[in-house]
Design a protein around this ligand. Structure first.
Ligand code: HEM
Length: 402
């Protein structure tokens, strides 16, 4: 793991309790209205809260570069083909190595596989005692993405528990207190994950199969084949990138479909499901990214200096009334939900978004067709179940009506 200097988000937002972390939206609103381009003196970073500014910083790489010394991102892959820390034109070459696996045509071949994993998870739920609440996070939302991404890469999906554990550790949010311990844990997870993948990669190089790791062993970059270590690094990146994010998205969908009373409507009109799921990504998916100022600039109306870090508060942008009418309201009929920035924007737009969308669509449609209603278990308070110092749920007990 390379030691980029860490920017601590918690030091900026001052969201101290779990309740505030579950509901940071009042703070976002206040910043959007009163302090939309805010310089944090303590850590020396810019913070952007409005939609237009966030979108610009994500996509205008000539001004806001991904080639940065400091970052909020909790994982730094030491791979020479890492995508998220380079700008075009270099970025384009690297992204090309992976992009073919995620085109609509390649994903078409994955549809039956996704459906069959969804079906087996639903069979699993049907076999449970449904008179009691079921933890839909653990029984469904965790298992789908990790199984699919393991399959795509060509890693035995029976090992999903190990893979999930490593990728969860690698993506744990950084927090000042306990930093040393978390850094140690991450280094160990990276080592164990790498040692697990290496023999698989070596074997795939000798006998390529129809999967992404095999493709990467054969791919050429700058006139040479990728090394085993580079393939392992990309594998860890993909296994990580596609897991926790998609799990969180699915969990949030269950939570909001139940708590906002739209489940029945979606069951009557399943064609609304993909749109409703996009609205969940807009309404409540806590994310932020960072960039660095490439050259001194005042494109956002304030003087910013070369090298300064810039944090974009995506989940604030997603509620900006300038972009989304009545943006603080959850509305599955909103016409422009899909303009949310949860998948990023511009050249780094999430490569896995088409896959995540397919998984969400198949999973939620099959689930809603199968079960007549869901309710959040009595007494459940989401903020009691957040990952340590983070924003994401680690359990969601629901009552499922057959
Ligand atoms: C709900 C699910 C997901 C969310 C919210 C999400 C979010 C994001 C975001 C915000 C970025 C942009 C990073 C930046 O601009 O610096 C990104 C990039 C990326 N994502 Fe996702 N992601 C999801 C699922 C996936 C999946 C399933 C995969 C693959 C299996 C994946 C692979 C990637 C890759 C490879 C990149 C780097 C693209 C680049 O830098 O060109 N993501 N993702």
């Amino acid at each position: 793991m390379r030691g980029k200097e860490i920017i601590f988000l918690s030091g900026i937002s001052k969201l101290e309790t779990n309740e505030e972390r579950w509901n940071p939206f009042p703070w976002y609103r206040e910043m959007r209205e009163n302090n939309p381009i805010y310089f944090d003196e303590e850590q020396q970073v810019w913070n952007l809260f409005r939609y237009e500014d966030v979108k610009r910083a994500l996509s205008d790489y000539k001004v806001f570069t991904s080639e940065r010394e400091r970052s909020t991102i909790p994982i730094q892959l030491d791979s020479s083909i890492n995508l998220t820390s380079v700008d075009p034109p270099e970025h384009r070459k690297r992204r090309g190595l992976l992009a073919s696996a995620f085109t609509p045509r390649s994903l078409d071949t994955w549809k039956p596989r996704i459906q069959s994993v969804v079906d087996s998870l639903i069979q699993g739920l049907l076999a449970e005692d449904l008179s009691k609440p079921v933890d839909i996070y653990e029984r469904f939302a965790v298992r789908l993405p990790v199984t699919i991404i393991a399959d795509l890469l060509g890693v035995p999906n029976t090992d999903w528990e190990k893979i999930k554990e490593w990728s969860d550790i690698l993506f744990l949010p950084h927090h000042q207190e306990g930093l040393e311990e978390v850094t140690k844990q991450k280094a160990k997870a990276m080592k164990d994950f790498g040692e697990y993948l290496l023999p698989l990669v070596q074997q795939k190089r000798r006998q390529p199969q129809d999967d992404i790791l095999s493709d990467l062993t054969q791919a050429e970059y700058e006139g040479a084949k990728l090394t085993d270590e580079e393939v392992v690094g990309s594998g860890i990146g993909l296994l990580g990138a596609g897991n926790e994010t998609t799990t969180t998205w699915l969990t949030q969908c269950f939570y909001y479909f139940a708590s906002k009373g739209v489940y029945g409507e979606l069951r009557k009109q399943p064609e609304l499901i993909p749109q409703a799921a996009e609205e969940v990504l807009r309404y409540h998916f806590i994310a932020s990214l960072d960039r660095a100022v490439k050259e001194d600039t005042d494109v956002l109306g304030v003087p910013m200096k070369r090298g300064e870090a810039v944090i974009v508060w995506i989940s604030s942008a997603n509620r900006d009334e300038r972009q989304f009418v009545n943006g603080e309201a959850f509305d599955i009929h909103r016409q422009n939900s899909k303009e949310h920035l949860s998948f990023g924007n511009g050249q780094h737009f999430c490569l896995g978004a088409p896959l995540a969308r397919l998984e969400a669509q198949y999973a939620l449609t099959s689930f809603i067709k199968q079960f007549s209603n869901i309710r959040i278990a009595e007494g459940y308070r989401p903020w009691d179940h957040l990952v340590s110092h983070g924003f994401t749920l680690t359990s969601l007990p629901i009552v499922i009506e057959p």
